[in-house]
Design a protein around this ligand. Sequence first.
Ligand SMILES: [Fe+2]
Ligand SMILES: [Fe+2]
Length: 296
Amino acid sequence: MSNSRVPLKARPVSFAWDKTPLHWLPDDPFTTHTINVLHLLLPAGERWFVHVYQQVLPLIRDDRLREDVIGFIGQEAMHSQAHDEVLPHLREQGLDPTPYTAQVDWFFEKLLGDRTLPPGKARTWWLLERVALIAAIEHYTAFLGNWVLNADELDRRGADPTMLDLLRWHGAEEVEHRSVAFELFQHIDGSYRRRARTWATAFTALVFLWQRGTRFFMENDPTLPDDEARKVGWRDFHRSGRQGVLPSTGAMVRSIPRYLSRSYHPEQEGDTDQAVAYLATSPAATAAEARTGAAR
Ligand SMILES: [Fe+2]
Ligand SMILES: [Fe+2]
């Protein structure tokens, strides 16, 4: 395992969705839709990261960290766009995500937005709170990125190669930049109480939004009978985790004390070399590389 740091750059990927089936993990609509929730949460969520970080940039007093944050902003903006581009494809297949994404947009833009705070203490407090929330969420994006890079069962089950490449390109960049959000939080604040409190908020919100998103997809999937959608629950999640097509419940539970440990650092999670190796062979990332190389 290597934790060498790499300069962060955005890769302007693009994906063609026309051959991807609705159930891109064959015969497993539950797992397909559980992972599809990423396309509901990330466009608004990662746009929000960028929005918050642009406000934090002037507060950074370390040149290297500033450079990392700028690289992070570029990567997250691209992630947000790439997941957003899956949504028209779902709509074409009879699954309109708008009722759910409208709620997610409200959540990030209004509830977690700037609010009308006067300059001064309250505004700074709210900015620090959001920087800490992003660090907590990035613990999970790195966790999921590391998971998907190693989820060989998805290949064995014949998952759609374009969707797998989207997930692994994104996952690899999450592993690449996994230290940035935490280091930024440590740099401008670092309060342990804030870290623990915002972790609890982020974790609760993620679990809530995720299970609602999965249920939304299952209920609105035009190919599924109504009773199948109503039955889904934690048991399905545990089963997919045991099968290796979702992260296991045990691995998720074990990730909690790691983030809350006083000696936590994201470098201890995931493997930079593995991420870089994936990006060197990813069809989308190599095509992006060839395009930007040709444009230079
Ligand atoms: Fe991302
Ligand atoms: Fe990220």
